[in-house]
Ligand binder design. Structure first.
Ligand code: SF4
Ligand code: SF4
Length: 133
């Protein structure tokens, strides 16, 4: 008998769930949705690929180009890659990718960063620096 008011209230109220994707809820603050990569900032370091718990990011370097790929529907929107990217090229929209029935691979290509200048060799016969007295 104690549960009767709750049972009656639920019987005559609307369901709390939505008929997704027909009805999509408004995004809430700090929602972590679709992953996007600003490929012009990406340095193809591969950190996101190594940190991703779903293993859905692949980073390759071929023919002087960097290739960044995402298995879009394998992403669980955890945000670990966004937090670990050293150049902040990754971000997440507040909204989610529209539902689909097939596999979606997002592939982005960009220019590899210039390599850091090589350490200059010492000239032949140069003496090591003497400690100051
Ligand atoms: S997105 Fe960020 S972490 Fe991933 S390869 Fe590019 S620079 Fe590295
Ligand atoms: S948000 Fe999480 S699951 Fe999605 S690509 Fe980044 S690390 Fe992987």
């Amino acid at each position: 008998m104690k549960m009767l008011p709750t049972v009656l209230a639920n019987l005559f109220s609307k369901p709390v769930t939505r008929n997704y994707p027909t009805f999509v809820r408004d995004p809430f603050p700090n929602a972590r949705g679709e992953l996007v990569n600003d490929i012009d900032r990406c340095i193809f370091c591969g950190t996101c690929s190594r940190k991703c718990p779903s293993q859905c990011i692949t980073v390759n370097k071929e023919g002087g180009q960097g290739i960044w790929s995402l298995e879009a529907y394998a992403c669980v929107s955890c945000g670990i890659c966004v937090m670990s990217c050293p150049v902040n090229s990754l971000s997440q929209k507040k909204t989610y990718r529209p539902v689909g029935t097939g596999r979606v691979t997002v592939t982005l290509t960009g220019k590899l960063p210039e390599k850091p200048a090589k350490k200059t060799e010492k000239p032949a016969g140069a003496k090591p620096a003497q400690p100051a007295q």
